[in-house]
Design a protein around this ligand. Structure first.
Ligand code: 2RA
Length: 351
């Protein structure tokens, strides 16, 4: 019997990519059940070329399900993931709710696949998209050179904030288009937008023609939640509890694909050639690193694809055993839906 899969949150930004992925990857699934809030129940959505009726989130919807992938807000996961897990399926949860629970593994299949098979609560967590964008590459380098410190600056796409993110960016660009002076005087962008758009943006400042040094919610000490996630999740996935990590997360006017500038210190000397050799051999990493010829990764050349792209690899001049590099990864694919699909395929192999 082929396993039954439930996709919970099937109508969201990640849910849409998830349906596309299960329709195009190896078809290992029997029934695929689509689940969403009562508001979306009854809708028809396409999976594997067929219309499937969306079912409402109820305890009974998980009966007979082998694996359930949740992509819903934290508070919905907090309530419903334990209910689902108690009714049988292995639950793969994309929210932040269980990631740091010691009884819930946090899995990136390229880095710590074995952790997926030790899950006391029947739950597996998948990391935040910002952490995930760099994990395949950093994990491969760590496996040979032992990572000691990470200093990261992120350049995060607006779709990380859900479907409202791109909608707001497009609205702002449309509202500003045609004025070839806007952006040259303090306050002019805010004023132009205030005249044309409501202020219910998912972002705390205009995102068109701008960058915003903030992603997530406020945490003690002035940290943004995304920055602490990067630190805590990297430590857990890599299995280095004392890894030193410091991050600054920035939202940029890119639709989809997060980028990260990474400063990584290792236990021993590592050269650019070492990094090229390791990353070229890493199956899900694409090395794009020929700066003399203007070759490096950019989000618009990465969006819609599965791998992590890495370039601009340099040996830090003033910091021993340290590389600087630039990573791009599609935040909706490897950053979210793809990692969950890969975990599902991994654990389905044991059913
Ligand atoms: C963001 N990392 O980009 C978040 C999404 N989980 O906002």
């Amino acid at each position: 019997r082929k396993p039954t899969l439930a996709l919970v949150g099937a109508t969201g930004a990640v849910g849409t990519v998830m349906r596309e992925l299960v329709s195009t990857r190896d078809d290992i699934w029997g029934e695929i059940r689509l689940v969403a809030s009562a508001r979306s129940a009854g809708k028809l959505l396409q999976v594997r070329g067929e219309d499937v009726v969306v079912q409402a989130l109820t305890p009974e919807v998980f009966d007979g399900v082998d694996i359930a992938i949740f992509d819903v807000p934290d508070e919905v996961s907090a309530e419903w993931v334990p209910i689902a897990a108690s009714r049988g399926p292995i639950v793969i949860d994309k929210s932040g709710t269980f990631r740091m629970d010691p009884d819930v593994p946090l899995v990136v299949p390229e880095v710590n696949p074995r952790d997926a098979f030790n899950r006391p609560r029947n739950i597996i967590s998948t990391p935040n998209c910002t952490t995930l964008s760099m994990m395949a590459g950093i994990g491969a380098l760590h496996a040979e050179f032992t990572l000691k410190e990470l200093v990261v600056a992120s350049y995060q796409a607006v779709s990380g904030a859900g479907v409202a993110g791109p909608a707001r960016l497009y609205d702002e660009i449309e509202a500003l288009a045609g004025d070839r002076t806007v952006g040259s005087t303090v306050g002019d962008v805010r004023k132009a937008l205030a005249n044309k758009l409501s202020d219910d943006s998912p972002f705390p400042a205009p995102i068109a023609f701008n960058v915003i040094p903030w992603a997530g919610s406020y945490k003690e000490g002035g940290w943004a939640s995304e920055e602490l996630k990067l630190r805590n999740e990297s430590r857990k996935i890599l299995g280095i509890p004392d890894l030193k990590v410091s991050a600054t997360c920035v939202r940029v006017p890119v639709v989809t694909t997060h980028s990260l500038a990474v400063h990584a210190r290792f236990e021993r000397e590592i050269t650019v050639a070492d990094a090229h050799r390791i990353l070229e051999a890493a199956p899900t990493v694409v090395l794009v690193d020929d700066p003399q010829n203007g070759v490096w990764p950019t989000p618009i050349d990465v969006v819609g694809t599965d791998p992590t792209y890495i370039g601009r690899i340099r040996q830090a001049v003033d910091f021993p055993n340290t590389l600087d590099l630039f990573v791009c990864g599609d935040n909706l694919r490897k950053g979210a839906a793809l990692n969950a699909a890969e975990i599902a395929e991994l654990v389905a192999s044991e059913l």
